[in-house]
Design a protein around this ligand. Structure first.
Ligand SMILES: Cc1cc2nc3c(=O)[nH]c(=O)nc-3n(C[C@H](O)[C@H](O)[C@H](O)COP(=O)(O)OP(=O)(O)OC[C@H]3O[C@@H](n4cnc5c(N)ncnc54)[C@H](O)[C@@H]3O)c2cc1C
Length: 524
């Protein structure tokens, strides 16, 4: 991500007592540099009081307010011409409280905690990989994460960032509580027992409700995973992966290179904690980003204290999925024989978070979109998309044909368990997630028109299945689409809470207004 900050403002926002570092931000870029904006002011507050002062003053002055995390969204969800707040300086751990598995379950909270779990409160700007190290230093871990861990904790939950897991929800489902600074500068705490209506919505708040300054996550005892990537023929993998492979493995995903027969099945399986580590990451546990807890993880990494930590295997699986008649003609018959790998597997064994996410950002820049459909419909949708990929003429290379304009294509499938969060992509349905990526190189993302050629078609195909989009990945959704693919009661819940918490629309922006019904009239 590139920050391009201009001159520092001599004076702060009129009327604010905050002394937060502020700049007139000449231009702000997201991770892949394809989204950029010119905020009116950029600020990195260092205390919750500064956040409240900045928000109150900007709101009263009629400015829009956008909180960004790590800028790791592909979509325009981070763009603003108003006050841009970035919470990197609010990144401290606050408390670790053991959870009592025998305590009565509160409706709306994640399922009962496993023994040894804890509620861990952190400031919301903490990066996920720093949280991972902090948790590991306490013998704890997140149950699941996405493919990278560079996001901020608040940013990751705000778009329902997910990994793969038949019974595992998005990262938002691990949230036990959060604290919001509202447009008028007041503070609101929410959990399953305190302001439960806010909690149901705000875990995937899209930055539209206020500024999240604290998050409490549910952590499970630290565990180890074996990650295995095995190459297959796509033609042979397709009829077998759904539902046989889905039913067999808790953490399964698969991907392939479009217009080839080259596919990979990626598994992550819990192993006893004394299983020796075969690094999933190169060398030390440290990432490029500052990580004050990385050194404290060293003990775990060398297997010391291993006997103190229990093995956590996945929860009990659901009733196996039985293939259903497809609504489409020409879909490969499910129930094919288990295919034979086309080459050797690549395997590593590591602490859970190192087997779940990459060590750093992916080296090459790329553009990505995802479509979320009922898991039962996901295989047929994928086959339609493959048919399109194989039959469509490739769009011409961009003029000039610079080396970076050449692209590589990627398509993958992950699975995520349903939740009850109003605008989470998994609201109400166990989900299959189809991802499409065009890959550029280290300095240039791939050509946007090539990306759009495939991605728009995937979005169109997904429409027939009520396909939802990742709020943080490229999409062309409209307010009518939101009304069409989310339960009406969930959309109302989100909009009513949004209007109640931010009646003057300080946290609305163009991206949100385009996708949230009836918000145009209050937007600034
Ligand atoms: C290389 C790469 C790999 C990725 N892999 C995955 C993956 O495996 N799975 C997946 O689901 N997604 C993935 N993503 C998408 C990413 O996880 C989400 O877009 C995530 O929201 C980005 O987090 P962030 O901290 O960068 O937030 P930003 O992108 O900066 O912001 C995202 C949203 O969060 C809001 N927000 C941020 N901080 C706050 C706050 N403190 N208070 C209120 N709102 C806030 C913003 O306003 C915005 O609406 C990937 C992205 C990249 C670039």
């Amino acid at each position: 991500m590139r920050w391009d900050l201009g001159r520092t403002l001599a004076a702060g926002l009129a009327g604010t007592t905050a002394k937060a570092p502020q700049s007139a931000a000449a231009e702000w870029f997201n991770w892949n540099t394809l989204q950029h904006c010119e905020p009116w002011t950029f600020s990195r507050p260092t205390t919750e009081a500064q956040v409240a002062d900045l928000v109150r003053a900007a709101s009263a002055a009629g400015h829009r307010i956008k909180t960004v995390g790590a800028g790791h969204s592909f979509s325009g969800i981070t763009l603003t011409d108003g006050l841009m707040l970035q919470l990197d300086a609010l990144d401290a751990p606050l408390s670790v409280t053991p959870l009592d598995p025998s305590a009565p379950w509160t409706p709306g909270s994640p399922s009962k905690p496993a023994s040894g779990s804890a509620a861990v409160e952190v400031q919301a700007g903490m990066r996920v990989h720093v949280l991972n190290s902090f948790l590991a230093s306490k013998g704890l871990a997140l149950e699941n994460t996405g493919a990278i861990a560079l996001q901020s904790v608040a940013g990751a939950t705000s778009t329902s960032t997910h990994g793969t897991g038949r019974n595992l929800g998005s990262m938002a489902t691990s949230i036990l509580g959060l604290r919001l600074v509202l447009a008028n500068g007041t503070v609101l705490d929410a959990s399953a027992s305190l302001n439960p209506g806010v909690f149901r919505v705000a875990r995937v708040g899209l930055g539209a409700l206020g500024v999240i300054v604290r998050v409490t996550v549910r952590a499970v005892p630290l565990f180890k995973l074996r990650r295995t990537a095995t190459p297959y023929s796509l033609k042979e993998l397709l009829p077998w992966v759904w539902p046989q492979a889905f039913n067999r493995w808790e953490r399964m995903q698969w991907y392939f290179t479009p217009r080839t027969d080259s596919a990979t099945l990626l598994l992550r399986e819990a192993v006893p904690f004394d299983t020796p580590i075969v690094d999933c990451w190169n060398g030390s546990a440290k990432l490029a980003w500052r990580d004050p807890f990385a050194d404290q993880v060293a003990d775990w990494h060398s297997n010391a204290n291993a006997s103190d930590v229990q093995v956590v295997s996945g929860p009990e699986g659901p009733t196996p999925v039985v293939p259903q008649a497809s609504r489409r003609r020409g879909v490969t018959q499910a129930g094919g024989a288990e295919p034979v790998p086309t080459g050797p597997s690549v395997e590593c064994v590591d602490l859970s978070y190192r087997a779940l996410a990459h060590q750093t950002d992916d080296y090459d820049l790329y553009e990505e979109m995802e479509v979320f459909v009922d898991a039962n419909a996901s295989q047929a949708l994928m086959e339609e998309f493959i048919a399109f990929q194989n039959s469509t003429p490739l769009p011409p290379q961009p003029a000039g044909s610079q080396p970076w304009a050449k692209y590589a294509l990627f398509t993958g499938m992950r699975y995520v368990a349903k939740d009850d969060i109003a605008l989470s992509m998994m609201n109400g349905r166990d989900t299959g997630v189809i991802s499409f990526i065009t890959l550029g190189n280290h300095t240039h993302p791939a050509d946007p028109s090539t990306f759009a050629h495939f991605a728009e078609q995937l979005e169109r195909l997904g429409n027939a299945d009520g396909g939802r989009w990742h709020w943080g990945k490229m999409n062309w959704a409209t307010a009518a689409d939101t009304a069409r693919v989310y339960p009406a009661s969930s959309v109302s819940q989100f909009l009513e809470l949004r209007a109640q918490l931010d009646p003057s629309g300080a946290f609305l922006d163009d991206y949100l207004v385009q996708r949230l019904p009836n918000t145009g009239s209050v937007a600034r």
